[in-house]
Design a protein around this ligand. Sequence first.
Ligand code: KIV
Length: 270
Amino acid sequence: MSQQPPVRNKISITHLRDMKANGERIACLTAYDATFGRVLDEAGVEVILVGDSLGMVMQGHDSTLPVTVSDMIYHSANVRRGVDRAMLMTDMPYMSYAQPEQALSTAARIMSEGRAQMVKLEGGGWVADTVRLLTERGIPVCGHLGLQPQSIHRLGGYRVQGRDTESARQIREDARVLADAGAVMLLLECVPRSLAAEITHALSIPVIGIGAGSDCDGQILVLHDMLGIGFSHRFTRDFMQGGRSITEAIERYARAVKSREFPAHEHGFD
Ligand code: KIV
């Protein structure tokens, strides 16, 4: 009798919520093309983000600001062709969601033309009405707090956020407001471990961290950084080190997130 391949259920929001409830870590990575979409999917990565980091990684810009809606749709639709099981999340680029109605038309294009299953947008309380509107129209939204690269000129650099009492209070409050507005997931970028842990425990939605310590429900890295060909930050690890192939490095990343071996203490911030 021939052996059947294991059934690979498609990842849904319910699945991600159950993973949080069961204490199972969610492995996420960015991808920008169909081939890497397939490799990540086969490696067991649950959420694939078509990040606006493509402005730096793919296009060679020094920030994410020049990325357009058309760029996001182009890369999202390409990644989609490689992905079968993972959830595909795509970034709303700079100034494409400055007003709720504008956000709705951008998100609708990313979902229908880019074939995403969830959109991600940066911002705190000011995007709550947008999150509510998109949610009411059936578009799942992931919030993005802490270091928000689209606000780099206001922030004055790529720095850890939420280190002082007032900014930590603001991030905590923004996280609650986004979840109340209907966000189904939250990404925390470069915030102290203790703040990320507190928010993760306080919210019922999955919280994904990057430079946010090991207590989040899941972890994400920019693909090229974890392959050792992008930026080298304190919060990344080069998974190609000691490995034989890209596929193996991505599998090792997914395993390390799930076994809580990555991120280690040294990848986080006080
Ligand atoms: O655009 C991106 O790649 C991101 C990172 C935080 C993963 O948003």
